[in-house]
Design a protein around this ligand. Structure first.
Ligand SMILES: [Zn+2]
Length: 433
């Protein structure tokens, strides 16, 4: 499965063996995975790594999707719910990632009626301290992940993350929530902000505390709003903040947006101050019934690219399905970079074609080739294999067609999977093997 282009042995070798910089993960903490104990089973391969959303798209009811995630169902019942849809979604990138993980990482000949309990047994047998390192480092060949925690309201930085496996992006999305989780955010100072100025000071405190540990900031706001951020003056932000959080009055949707706009501009200025790259979700959204394509365009960010020439924008997910729009932006703006995280799972074949477009249009140093974007570590393996396979074939096809030679393809692979991200995020060489 996912065979490499063996007619180019040097390209195959680098594609297979180079350690990856993984620009984006939401991985749960290992201790939480260990705590699942006998509750861990094959169905976890379908949860937050998105496979369940493809099943709903294929016809599974939302009620069944919810039942699947309840602990009270046994393995057999879970398999009966999944089986009809697994046949439908096994062909997508999400499905391939599960299948290749089962086959190659656990050494079981595919996920089916006969093997699901064997898959569960293999997952439980590996569920011991060090399991994340085994999956991420040893099997997937990832040198370092950049983690965006999804641990809950107001958790901007995960305190106990393993510093060998992970660097972190400051989760500035919490600053942009509605309502703002002020009390939770204020736990680091003990003082709940009572003005726009004191809210800015609280945000600054996070930057001050974590700027030398974090390697980026992350904003995933297209899940709840558009990517267009007006430059709102301080007196307007103060007026809205006071109305909502001092006087406790309801605010309109446009006031909510304006306060978030001002907050993100402020976060960008702080990121520039500390030279932290700005990771932004653009394009496709996880789950179902939520994709409003009009608000996820990377072109919505153009005013920020112009206003902050010193900021460095890491634009996520190839802006799928707006890859060409992102290529044009990254070609034009020196401060815009393309990040292929999650894209190998969303659409592996389209992403292979997009990579050829990116290489032909955008300077090579501006392409980051891999991020899994998952909560369940096992699937990092599947997405890493898809990325290694897709990048090798994208480049092999370009060599086949005489665009460049194999040695140039090898150098490009090194850049795309390792060197570009290592330089861009100033990653500590000491923690990377
Ligand atoms: Zn993500």
């Amino acid at each position: 499965m996912l065979e490499l282009p063996f007619h180019y042995p040097n390209l195959c070798q680098v594609s297979e063996e180079i350690p990856l910089i993984d620009t984006h993960e939401h991985l749960q903490e290992e201790q939480d995975r260990l705590a699942l104990g006998e509750g861990l089973d094959f169905s976890y391969l379908f949860f937050r790594p998105y496979q369940l959303a493809d099943m709903v798209s294929s016809g599974m009811t939302l009620a069944d999707a919810n039942r699947l995630q309840s602990d009270s169902l046994g393995q057999e019942e879970k398999w009966r719910l999944i089986a009809p849809y697994w046949q439908r979604v096994g062909y997508t990138g999400y499905g391939r990632a599960v299948e290749v993980t089962v086959r190659e990482m656990y050494g079981i000949p595919g996920l089916n009626e006969e093997t699901y309990d064997e898959v569960t047994a293999a997952m439980r047998a590996r569920n011991k301290p060090g399991v994340h390192s085994w999956i991420i480092r040893e099997k997937a060949g990832v040198a370092l992940c950049i983690l965006h925690n999804i641990d809950g309201d107001g958790i901007v930085y995960r305190q106990n993350a393993d510093p060998v496996l992970y660097c972190q992006a400051l989760a500035v999305n919490h600053f942009l929530q509605n309502p703002i989780p002020l009390e939770k955010l204020a736990t680091i100072t003990g003082v709940v902000p009572d003005s726009w100025a004191s809210y800015q000071a609280l945000i600054d405190r996070y930057f001050n505390l974590y700027h030398d540990k974090a390697v980026a900031i992350k904003n995933n706001c297209p899940y709840w709003r558009s990517l267009y951020f007006d430059d709102v003056p301080d007196n307007r932000a103060e007026e809205i903040f006071r109305k909502a959080y001092v006087l406790g009055k309801p605010i309109t949707l446009s006031e909510v947006k304006a306060l978030q706009d001002a907050t993100f501009h402020h976060s960008i200025r702080q990121a520039v101050r500390y030279d932290l790259p700005i990771q932004i979700h653009t394009g496709y959204l996880a789950d179902n019934y939520n994709l409003d394509l009009s608000r996820v365009h990377p072109a919505n960010l153009t005013n920020l690219f112009t206003q902050y020439p010193q900021a460095r924008f890491d634009i996520f997910h190839t802006a799928y399905p707006y890859q060409a729009e992102l290529a044009a932006l990254a070609k034009n703006y020196p401060n815009v970079y393309i990040d292929m995280c999650w894209a190998w799972g969303i659409d592996p074949i389209g992403t292979k074609k997009s990579l050829q477009t990116f290489i032909g249009a955008v300077p090579l140093n501006k392409i980051f080739g891999f991020g899994g974007d998952v909560w369940m570590a096992d699937i990092v393996y599947g997405y890493a294999r898809l990325a290694r396979w897709g990048i090798a074939w994208a480049l092999a096809e370009m060599v086949d067609q005489g665009y460049f030679g194999e040695e140039e393809a090898v150098l490009a692979t090194r850049r795309i999977l390792y060197e570009n991200a290592q330089e861009f995020f100033n990653l500590p060489k000491k923690v990377i093997p």
